[in-house]
Design a protein around this ligand. Structure first.
Ligand code: NDP
Ligand SMILES: Nc1nc(O)c(N)c(N[C@@H]2O[C@H](COP(=O)(O)O)[C@@H](O)[C@H]2O)n1
Length: 260
């Protein structure tokens, strides 16, 4: 048993079987989209004022990191970046050279991304030496002043200007954006506004749902006042979900669903 395994008994050396139900590395020519989040029993994903809450237990958190490693990219909204200051890496996984972190994508229409973000500092510090630390790519509106775009590029990020629709990045534009960026899959982690936007998105032009899979971790706890999975007032016309599989990982229930 390695020293790492001794220090972390939950450190699985191979991915949990539940992840075989999603196939982001499949043969499909279109980008594969997984929507995922962790929630409490009262359907909250964060505390009051957006305070980050650790909902996932060690086993389901590890599953999330394995899931990250199976996708080409990972996407969060700018509020999640500002509130959580996440790294979006696979630091819970074994030190195996075949494993790499997904490419971080931040949806940030107005380019509010701070130059002090942890994810950017980690990238600058790594100087591209590790497959586990990736350069953050920020998708911003194509109206954003070039001086501001240059400021972020000089700070180390890649800025990708895209057309906006009603001030937002249209979820249905994402597959084409991913293809243009040579990314064949994305794991969308949140937050609430992003989850709602993708769950409400119309189907792709071929009639199939925009989102291929929904993976939800339900933690046995209540948050009370906090950020709901879906923002207040946006709960109408939610898609119908079909459960593919539910499994307990440690204390949590993990559900794999598809939109029908
Ligand atoms: N438990 C979990 O699994 C997770 C929890 N979280 C939590 O979620 C919270 C943040 O959620 P929330 O405040 O809703 O913010 P989001 O992280 O969802 O970011 C929303 C922002 O993204 C930008 N945006 C770009 N395109 C879109 C689009 N199509 N639809 C919606 N927004 C778009 C907008 O920026 P602009 O306003 O500049 O136009 C918008 O305000 C945090 O508290 C975080 O802790 C986050 C991820 C996972
Ligand atoms: N799977 C999961 N469980 C939780 O309990 C969470 N709070 C989250 N949050 C998401 O993970 C991001 C932080 O991850 P890193 O610290 O960067 O590894 C956070 O920003 C949310 O996207 N997820």
């Amino acid at each position: 048993m390695s020293v790492l395994t001794l220090h972390n008994p939950h450190r699985m050396v191979s991915p949990p079987a539940i992840l075989d139900l999603i196939s982001p590395r499949g043969e499909s020519s279109r980008p594969y989209v997984t929507l995922t989040w962790a929630q409490s029993l009262d359907a909250k994903i964060a505390g009051e004022g957006g305070k980050r809450v650790i909902l996932s237990g060690p086993e389901s958190m590890l599953m999330t990191h394995w899931m990250r490693s199976r996708h080409d990219s990972i996407l969060v909204g700018i509020n999640t970046l500002l509130l959580d200051d996440p790294r979006l890496q696979i630091n819970l996984l074994p030190d195996d050279p075949s494993l790499s972190s997904p490419q971080p994508l931040i949806l940030d229409p107005q380019l509010r991304f701070p130059t002090t973000a942890r994810i950017l500092a980690a990238w600058r510090d790594s100087q591209g030496r590790s497959r586990r630390v990736r350069q953050p790519w920020i998708l911003c509106g194509d109206h954003v002043a070039s001086a501001r775009q240059k400021e972020m590029a000089d700070a180390g990020a890649r800025v990708v200007p895209v057309p906006l629709s009603h001030g937002r990045i249209n979820p249905n534009d994402l597959p084409d954006i991913l293809t243009r960026l040579n990314l064949s899959s994305v794991m969308i982690e949140g937050g609430s506004a992003i989850l709602s936007s993708f769950l409400h998105a119309p189907s792709r032009s071929d009639g199939t749902p925009l989102v291929d899979n929904v993976v939800i971790t339900v933690a046995p706890m209540f948050i009370g006042k906090g950020v709901g999975v879906i923002p207040e007032g946006q709960g109408d016309s939610m898609p119908e979900l079909q459960t593919v599989h539910t499994e307990t990982l440690g204390k949590d229930a993990v559900m794999v669903c598809r939109i029908v």
